[in-house]
Structures are given as C-alpha cells and as structure tokens.
Design a protein around this ligand. Structure first.
Ligand SMILES: [Zn+2]
Length: 316
C-alpha cells in the first residue's frame, strides 16, 4: 500500500509546466540571486540578501491551481491517513500544551481532513481549506457541519481576527507566494493567535547538492538505495524536486519570513521523519531524530540536521 502511495506521488511529479514566472525574492523583495543548481530542468536559486532558496522561474498561479485541483484522488484516503496520522497526533498533543482551552482552528491545505478530525475530538471548532475537490468532498462528508472550503487559501475570503490557531502542515514550500499566505493568516488570526508551520529542512538536504559535484556510479547507486523510499523522482541528488516544491526553508529563512510578516517565533521543533511502519523503521526514525537533537544542542542551534521542522509563531 505504501508503494501504491509513492507510485501515485511519482505520477503527479511528471506534471509538465507550460507557463512560468520570475518574481522578486519572496523573503526580502530584492531580485539579486545566485543559481545553486538545477533540478528537473528548473533552476534553483538563493537570494544574495536573505538566503531564501527558491525555484526561479517557477510555475504560474494558474498552473499550480490546475495541478493541485487533482493532486489528491478519491480512494487514496486510507493511504494518506496511515502516512500522516502519527505525526498529526503528535502535533495535536503538542498544540494542546499551548492552549489551556480549545478554540477555533483553520487548517490550510487540510487534505482529507485528518488533522481537523483529531482536533475536533479535542473540542476545537474546526475549519479547513484545500485546492483538491476530492479531498474537500471527503473532509466535508466526515466533518459536517465543519466548514471545509475549496480553493487557494489566499483567494478565499476569511473573517478578520477570527481564528486562535492556523496550521500549515507541509504546505508553504508548495506555494507560489508563501509571504502572501502568511499575511493572509496574520489577518485571519486573532491578536495573540498562533500559526504553526511544518516544512522539510533544507539544511540537511543541501548535503546532496554538495555530493552532486562528486557524481559517480557507486555514489549514485548508494544514494538511490538510501533514497528509494522518499518518492524522489528523477535524480538521487534532488532536494526540492520542483515543480511540486518551490521553496527550500531553513529555521533561519522561515523565521525571517514569519518575523517580517508580523509574527513572533515562540517555538521550533525537530520533527524527524514520519514515525510509522515496522519497529525497525520507527527505531531508525527515533535514532535520527535523537541524533539531530544532539547535534543541535552541541552546536547551540547552529546546525540543524532534522529532516523536517515545525515553527510556532504568535501574532503580535
Ligand atoms: Zn531575499
């Protein structure tokens, strides 16, 4: 079943882009870039001013809407549930420590609504949005009378200063304009409300861009063996794998983006991998997560080797 999900993801990664745009840096607004590498025929650049890494040029909004309208298919619900449930349960437990009482949640890119289900069971009033019609249908059916809306987050009209918590689980790096998404979230949060964002950690995967310089058949075979489970499509050296991922964030660059949209970072978590599968897989996950925590402590937070991380930030 896991293999089926990966195959499904690989199919989607074969999406061919027809229209692209070049925009200034989403982090600082300047247009001063250096190219780092190229993946799947698309250049990946770093901003010389704020170090934010992005794909440039990247697909237009219209292209992204067409793609995300069909990225989740009816029938894949249980596969996705198994792939994400352990991590979402951990999120729900963590967030419970930040909120003495349940409030009102908006989950952006809610998919089939699994996180909404978990939070509703904890007493929260839940709302979600997703670009996939199949996912929104599923979530609406399971969560009535919760509000689950179809469309791009920034296109939908949200009541100002309404929500206590807005979550972006693995969403921000898929968007054409993460800054606009955070600005929309800021307006929709009540003062003191919390935004929670999880993204893959660029720092760890940048090692692959270094290794690419030493490309050789044995190294390639080794990396292919290690990365065969990640769903990476074309090259074992791929980090972002555009066009599905358009931005690469570190703790620093995501922290800057949140700060410059008015948020104050309150916590950062090393999220490790999704703990699932056999006891052996879970042991590997826990060991790698522990190792990343140790390196982080030893380097006083200067070197973060977590596979992905979450940042919580408050609207001030
Ligand atoms: Zn910049």
């Amino acid at each position: 079943m896991e293999g089926e999900l990966k195959q499904n993801m690989l199919e989607h990664r074969r999406w061919m882009i027809q229209e692209t745009i070049r925009t200034p840096c989403n982090g600082c607004g300047h247009a001063d870039f250096r190219q780092i590498t190229e993946e799947n025929g698309l250049p990946i650049v770093a901003c010389r001013r704020c170090a934010l890494v992005s794909v440039r040029p990247r697909p237009t909004e219209a292209e992204l809407k067409r793609f995300y309208a069909q990225y989740l298919e009816s029938g894949a619900e249980q596969l996705w549930r198994r792939a994400t449930e352990a991590m979402l349960q951990r999120d729900a437990r963590r967030l419970a420590r930040c909120f003495p009482a349940a409030g009102e949640l908006l989950d952006v890119g809610c998919g089939f609504g699994f996180f909404l289900e978990l939070m509703r069971a904890r007493g929260w009033r839940v709302n979600g949005c997703d670009a996939s019609a199949a996912a929104v249908d599923h979530a609406r059916n399971r969560l009535q009378p919760a509000s689950v809306r179809l469309g791009a987050f920034h296109d939908l009209d949200w009541p100002p200063a309404r929500f206590d918590l807005i979550t972006f689980w693995y969403v921000l790096h898929h968007l054409a304009d993460p800054r606009r998404a955070l600005e929309t979230a800021y307006a929709a949060l009540r003062p003191g409300g919390l935004v929670a964002v999880r993204v893959p950690n660029l720092t760890l995967f940048q090692l692959l861009w270094l290794l690419k310089r030493f490309d050789s058949p044995p190294l390639r075979r080794l990396l292919e063996a290690i990365r065969k489970d990640t769903g990476s499509s074309n090259s074992p050296y791929n980090v972002l794998d555009p066009p599905v991922h358009l931005f690469g964030f570190t703790r620093t660059t995501l922290g800057h983006l949140l700060g410059s949209t008015g948020f104050q970072v309150t916590a950062v978590f090393n999220d490790g991998m999704v703990a699932r599968g056999s006891w052996f897989n879970r042991l590997i996950d826990q060991s790698l997560t522990g190792l990343a925590d140790l390196v982080l402590a030893l380097t006083r937070s200067r070197l973060d080797l977590s596979i992905c991380f979450s940042i919580y930030a408050r609207k001030i």
